[in-house]
Ligand binder design. Sequence first.
Ligand code: FMN
Length: 265
Amino acid sequence: MKTIIYYFSGTGNSLVIARDLALELGKAEVKPLAKAINQEKILPDAERIGLVYPVYAGGPPLIVSEFAKKLELNKNQYLFLVTNYGVMQGAAASRLTRLLRRRQINPKSVFGITMPDNYTPLYESPSEQKQEAIFKKEKAKIKKIVQTLNSTKPEKMEMSFFLARWLLWEPIYGIFSLKLPEKDKKFWLTEKCNGCGICEKVCPVANIKMENQKPSWQHKCQQCFACFHWCPQEAVQSGKKTIKRKRYRNPEVNLESMIEAACLI
Ligand SMILES: Cc1cc2nc3c(=O)[nH]c(=O)nc-3n(C[C@H](O)[C@H](O)[C@H](O)COP(=O)(O)O)c2cc1C
């Protein structure tokens, strides 16, 4: 069975999940969602379609919802979602499922995977030792997901507890997503910035323009933090606390693959 897996990723976690799934499934293609979204309608030519994305404040990245609004599937095409998060999924799968169902698209399975947390303004990412343990569990989980997908009844819904979603995560996501594209106003630069332009290239939604050899954020941000984590000088900061905190990049992903996934290329 042919599979297409679309992903959105700031620090490579979703890309690694998409790649691992593709390898384990066989006959699978991995595509960056940020590029596919440029089409008016998204009509994947495969029997099975996967969508892999990170959780932001208990919800899906805005671009993932936009993608879902453009996705066109027929009744025989099988759709599955794979969320990944530092701590919990919140309403990231339920919100997207609701949106898709309103468009008569029914995701048959939803999975959740824990990955290293990359929201550095709030907390430090896990140590390398803890990351290793997380990656080991991720590889094991991929095998389980593929077993489910290849089973005779491939239906599984791994979602957060109903009350937690409605009482906690829906309101938190509602607040987070208010004026979200403008949240890039919190980014600032230290004198370490040498104008290399990697932040511009790595931004998946072309939200950065180099002006006088310095990045200028264009207020259509997704909050993926790619510019922040991939800056080789660690010159990009967000708020007051990040200056002392380490950056995180999935060790299986190189800069080239992140740049290739960005919509500019
Ligand atoms: C803006 C932002 C908000 C986040 N919110 C949550 C959250 O609500 N719950 C959680 O468990 N992880 C949260 N995370 C962590 C990411 O979901 C997690 O690190 C994910 O694996 C990143 O995937 P990526 O490398 O593909 O971008 C957040 C990260 C960012 C950048």
